[in-house]
Design a protein around this ligand. Structure first.
Ligand code: NAD
Ligand code: TDX
Length: 340
């Protein structure tokens, strides 16, 4: 264990107008008063400046731009202490419909950032996913660890795996000062309505039926996005350079169980949903063993009551319809075209 603490004063958060990135920006502003944040975000369909609106302008600056823009990235990185990289194309179903932007943003975008970070000797934290490890069988007692071999299944997860590999190679060959985290499925406020929980919740608010893929028994390991933020901060400031940390909060649940909890919260019968076409290549189960993060950095999740976190998230979508309404129709039109 290293006792060195890295104390950045200025950080760049890429993708800070997306779901997890914006929650991280709120976390930093609230918990770390000495830190100034530059959000670099292209504002794709998934990015919304509303997510960070109202934060103090002397603490948070938004630069609208592309992480693949080498000149812009070079200039911003030359003026910062650290880069925390969240920006990505993040949705599996979209990656099956059109992989091209996933290659561009997830692979070329990461390459552009790490090239600038190595040039200026800037600390780099790479936010990745447990999906790089592929999937586990439902009855497998194993969970993913930092030693699990990479075996991604989808265009999305293969581009995330590729970006992780670039970071590892840059760390070894060029001495890039990098850490990597691979986290499980996040839930909480500001998640796009294309994702599982917000889609079902907003369907129910609209009086439409939720939609379950396949047999509904696929397992995801849910973590509140606030716990992901505290983990990333711990790794950035106290993690060992060159290391990977898995992030998870022992939240395994199958999709049908989560859906039934949502239906109950709306007072609807537990079979009041539609079965729809399965996702091609659909990963069966993800499960994270976060022992390294807990033991080495003393990190613990604060939101361990999933039912309470889910209820609070449902309330957030009920209270913030103007936030999600503009994206809902186009999202459902995309799903209809895919038979989902
Ligand atoms: P999101 O889709 O909600 O947000 C992505 C953000 O990146 C958006 O604001 C978008 O505008 C921005 N962006 C996309 N392309 C860009 C580009 N070329 N240049 C600059 N900005 C660009 O994604 P999310 O769910 O918040 O995921 C954030 C990160 O966390 C991703 O790297 C994802 O792989 C990782 N992750 C997500 C989960 C999850 O459960 N959602 C779990 C583990 C890891
Ligand atoms: O309508 C739906 N019905 C359904 O049954 C949707 C949108 C999804 N599902 C299923 C598919 C998955 O088994 O729910 C599960 C969760 O789906 P998503 O929300 O699309 O998440 P997932 O594919 O598991 O990936 C998420 O977690 C890991 C994030 O989108 C990724 O960015 C992250 O890396």
């Amino acid at each position: 264990m290293s006792n060195d603490i890295f104390e950045p004063r200025r950080i760049i958060v890429t993708g800070g107008c997306g779901f997890i990135g914006s929650n991280f920006v709120h976390h930093v502003v609230r918990e770390h008063p000495g830190v100034r944040v530059t959000v670099l975000d292209k504002l794709t369909y998934a990015g919304n400046p509303e997510n960070i609106a109202g934060l103090p302008s002397d603490r948070v600056e938004l630069v609208v731009g592309d992480i693949c823009d080498a000149a812009l990235v070079d200039r911003l990185v030359s003026e910062t202490d650290a880069v925390v990289h969240y920006a990505a194309e993040s949705h599996n179903d979209n990656s099956i419909a059109d992989p091209s932007p996933f290659l561009e943003t997830n692979v070329r975008g990461t390459y552009t950032l790490i090239e600038a970070c190595r040039k200026y000797g800037v600390r780099y934290h790479h936010v990745s996913t447990d999906e790089v490890y592929g999937d586990l069988a439902l009855d497998d007692p194993a969970r993913f660890t930092e030693e699990t071999p990479y075996r991604p299944s989808s265009p999305y997860s293969s581009t995330k795996a590729a970006s992780d590999m670039l970071v590892r190679a840059w760390a070894r060959t060029f001495g890039l000062k990098a850490t990597i985290s691979n986290c499980s499925n996040n839930y909480g406020p500001y998640q796009h309505v294309e994702k599982f929980i917000p889609r079902q919740v907003t369907n129910l608010i609209d009086g439409a039926r939720p939609r379950l893929y396949g047999d509904g028994r696929n397992v995801r390991d849910w973590i509140h996005t606030e716990d992901h933020s505290s983990a990333v901060w711990a790794i950035l400031t106290r993690g060992r350079v060159g290391e990977t940390y898995l992030v998870g909060a022992d939240g395994e649940r199958d999709n049908i169980t989560v859906l039934r909890e949502i239906l109950r919260a709306f007072g609807r019968p537990e079979d009041d949903f539609d079965w729809v076409r399965d996702r091609p290549g659909h990963d069966r189960r993800y499960a994270i063993d976060a022992t390294k993060l807990r033991r080495e950095l003393g990190w613990e999740p604060a939101h361990t009551d999933f039912a309470a976190g889910l209820a609070e998230t449902i309330r957030w979508y009920r209270d913030n319809e103007p936030w999600w309404r503009p994206a809902k129709e186009a999202t459902e039109a995309r799903y209809r075209a895919q038979g989902q």
